[in-house]
Design a protein around this ligand. Structure first.
Ligand SMILES: NC(=O)C1=CN([C@@H]2O[C@H](COP(=O)(O)OP(=O)(O)OC[C@H]3O[C@@H](n4cnc5c(N)ncnc54)[C@H](OP(=O)(O)O)[C@@H]3O)[C@@H](O)[C@H]2O)C=CC1
Ligand SMILES: CC(C)(CO)C(=O)C(=O)O
Length: 328
């Protein structure tokens, strides 16, 4: 293939880090960990139906971010495809879950009684909620959470292209902490990443960006930049007002002014992009609305409050999706 170099490297040692969910983000993180020399393997959906006992390999193609739309050279590399039924699964020390928010529980549930009791779990998705459902089921394992503003596009099953750089944040949520050595390796491997003392406020801040941008771009079928127009400012302000109030009841103090500035900065920086929800609706896929505006409205209800604009966004996206047959 033109513009592509083969640098296949086989790491013979057992994988100490496994990535569950071999989609866009899963393959991006896999590439970054593999490039840093870490023993990483993939758990793709098809592994569960597989009767192959031993570890086998997967070739992946990664295209780095291209500046000025120039042709960048893609790299092909090879990582183990992990089978949860194999003995090597017991050696996994860190499981990074890179599925969509609504897929987390279904993806991880079959693994919980098979992973080692020491295996640490890290959830990396947009939206919030799965951590609350997963926490009581950890059986003494540690749980960390993360959020990334890197951008990546899946071009085919085993080929992804990085489309944006951005901050990635991780932090401890509950149970035993991620061992220091693994934490350092993770931060070293993922560009522009940091460990934060309090991850939940960071997740709320990312939630604010997604809650303001994603449903409006899907409903109005527009790129992110269109939301800078004055006609959207009241709705965006209302979404943020409700979010800040609900977060405060959850014990998280957010700076309303800072949040709004952040939302408009993302609108400007990603002006030409179509949000993930816009794309999910356009491609007739399930959206993460339930874990974004739906989470705000559910947490409001849990505190005896209401978050009518977020509830309305949630309802409108579900209605819009219902008019289109789903492909997943
Ligand atoms: N793409 C991006 O640029 C960014 C995405 N995010 C967030 O990251 C998360 C992941 O997004 P993204 O990678 O784009 O999504 P994708 O749909 O590309 O990847 C999800 C992957 O999870 C797999 N999966 C689903 N269910 C299971 C299961 N039960 N067992 C094993 N694998 C499973 C899917 O398999 P299959 O292929 O078979 O469906 C798919 O490969 C989302 O929350 C998204 O909002 C955050 C920042 C940027
Ligand atoms: C930041 C934003 C809104 C960029 O499009 C995003 O995270 C998404 O589309 O889900």
């Amino acid at each position: 293939m033109p513009g592509q170099s083969k640098i296949a490297a086989i790491a013979p040692q057992a994988s100490e880090i496994a990535i569950l969910g071999a989609g866009a983000v899963g393959q991006l993180i896999c590439h970054q960990l593999h490039s840093a020399g870490l023993a990483v393997g993939l758990m793709a959906r098809e592994s569960f139906a597989s009767h192959i006992e031993a570890t086998h390999w997967q070739d992946l193609v990664f295209s780095p971010l291209s500046r000025h739309n120039t042709n960048t050279e893609s790299v092909t590399y090879r990582v183990p495809k992990l089978d949860i039924e194999s003995k090597s699964a017991q050696q996994i020390k860190l499981l990074i879950v890179c599925v969509k928010a609504y897929q987390v529980l279904d993806a991880i549930s079959p693994l919980l009684d098979k992973l080692s009791p020491q295996c640490h779990i890290l959830l990396l998705h947009n939206g919030m909620g799965p951590h609350l459902a997963l926490a009581p089921r950890l059986d003494g394992r540690g749980l960390s959470l993360g959020t990334t503003s890197q951008g990546v596009l899946r071009q085919s099953s085993w080929q992804v292209k990085q489309t944006g750089q951005g901050l990635t944040q991780f932090g401890h949520f509950t149970g035993p902490e991620l061992p220091q050595t693994l934490r350092e390796r993770l931060l070293h491997a993922i560009p522009n990443s940091e460990w934060v003392e309090a991850i939940i406020p960071s997740l709320w801040q990312k939630l604010a960006v997604n809650a303001a941008i994603n449903p409006l771009t899907a409903l109005h079928q527009c790129p992110n930049g269109t939301l800078a127009q004055a006609q959207f400012s009241t709705t965006i302000a209302n979404i943020l007002d409700e979010l800040v109030e609900v977060a405060a009841y959850d014990g998280i103090e957010l700076n309303r002014h800072f949040l709004e500035e952040r939302v408009y900065r993302v609108i400007e920086l990603t002006a030409a992009n179509f949000s993930s929800m816009h794309q999910d609706v356009a491609h007739h896929r399930l959206t993460e609305i339930e874990q974004i505006n739906g989470y705000i409205s559910n947490r409001a209800r849990a505190h005896g409050l209401s978050a009518p604009i977020n509830a309305q966004m949630c309802q409108a996206i579900k209605q819009l999706s219902a008019t289109k047959p789903r492909s997943n």
